[in-house]
Design a protein around this ligand. Structure first.
Ligand code: BTN
Length: 226
C-alpha cells in the first residue's frame, strides 16, 4: 500500500486488494475518508460491477474508486463521470461512445464501467477501464485501450482525474449536451423492461427519457438493451 498526493487528490494505491470500492466504504465507515481521496489497485480479487456482477480485475487495467464529499444523491453525476471517461479516452485518440447511463464503448465493445455508491456524506465513484486486458464477460463484448493507443495506466489515471474535476464542476447543461453527442442510441429503438421504446435523451434532472408510442417515460435506474 502507498499514500501520495497527486494534484488535489490523495492517492492510496495497492498492488492487490479485494475491491477499491469496498476499501472506500471501509475508510468512510472508520471516519478516515476525506474529499478527493482516490484508491487504486493493480488487481482486485473481488471487483464489483453494477447489478451485483463481478468485475473481472486482472493486472494490467485501471481500477479506481474516487471518494467525494456530497450533501445529497445526484443522478446527474453519472453523466458527468461518463463524459469525463470518454474525454479521457478521446485525449489519447480513441473514439468512445456512451451507453446509458455510463458504460463507455469503443466499436460497440465495453472498455469502461462505472459503479456509483453513496455512504454517509460521501459518494464513491468506482471506475474500471480496460487498458491491457479484455476480460471475458458473458453479457457483453469487451475491448481495451492498448488496442488503439500505447498509454500506461498512470497516464490514463492522471488525465482522468483532471477530466473528472472539470466535468463534475461543469454546468449540467454542458454535461448533458456532451453526453448526448457521445451517446449511442439517441432516437433509436431500445429495449426497456422487455418492451421496445425510442430513446429520446436525458432531461435536465438526469432522468432518461423514453418514448413508447405516444407515452413518455422517465427512468433513473433500469438498464436498457440495444
Ligand atoms: C460496471 O458494472 O460496469 C461497473 C464496473 C465498476 C468497476 C470498478 S473497478 C474499481 C471499483 N472497484 C470495484 O470493485 N468496482 C469498481
Amino acid at each position: 500500500m502507498g499514500d501520495t498526493e497527486l494534484g488535489a487528490y490523495k492517492l492510496i494505491s495497492f498492488d492487490k486488494i479485494s475491491s477499491t470500492q469496498d476499501y472506500a466504504h471501509d475508510l468512510i465507515a472508520q471516519k478516515k475518508a476525506t474529499d478527493k481521496t482516490v484508491i487504486t489497485a493493480q488487481a482486485q480479487s473481488a471487483g464489483r460491477g453494477r447489478y451485483r456482477r463481478t468485475w473481472v480485475s486482472h493486472h494490467g487495467n485501471l481500477y479506481a474508486s474516487f471518494i467525494y464529499k456530497t450533501v445529497e444523491r445526484d443522478p446527474r453525476l453519472s453523466y458527468a463521470v461518463a463524459v469525463a471517461i470518454a474525454e479521457t479516452l478521446i485525449s489519447f485518440g480513441l473514439k468512445p461512445q456512451i451507453k446509458w447511463p455510463n458504460d463507455v464503448l469503443i466499436d460497440g465493445k465495453k472498455i469502461s464501467g462505472v459503479l456509483i455508491e453513496y455512504a454517509q456524506n460521501f459518494v464513491i465513484v468506482g471506475i474500471g477501464i480496460n487498458i491491457e486486458t479484455c476480460p471475458t464477460v458473458k453479457e457483453y463484448q469487451t475491448t481495451k485501450v492498448k488496442k488503439y493507443a500505447d498509454v500506461s495506466i498512470e497516464e490514463v489515471l492522471s488525465v482522468l482525474m483532471k477530466k473528472l474535476d472539470k466535468w463534475r464542476k461543469a454546468d449540467f447543461y454542458d454535461v448533458r449536451e456532451r453526453w448526448m453527442e457521445l451517446a449511442i442510441c439517441i432516437n433509436k429503438p431500445v429495449k426497456y423492461q422487455g418492451k421496445m421504446a425510442e430513446l429520446i435523451g436525458i432531461n435536465e434532472d438526469g432522468a432518461l427519457v423514453l418514448r413508447f408510442d405516444t407515452r413518455y417515460v422517465l427512468t433513473y435506474g433500469d438498464e436498457i438493451s440495444i
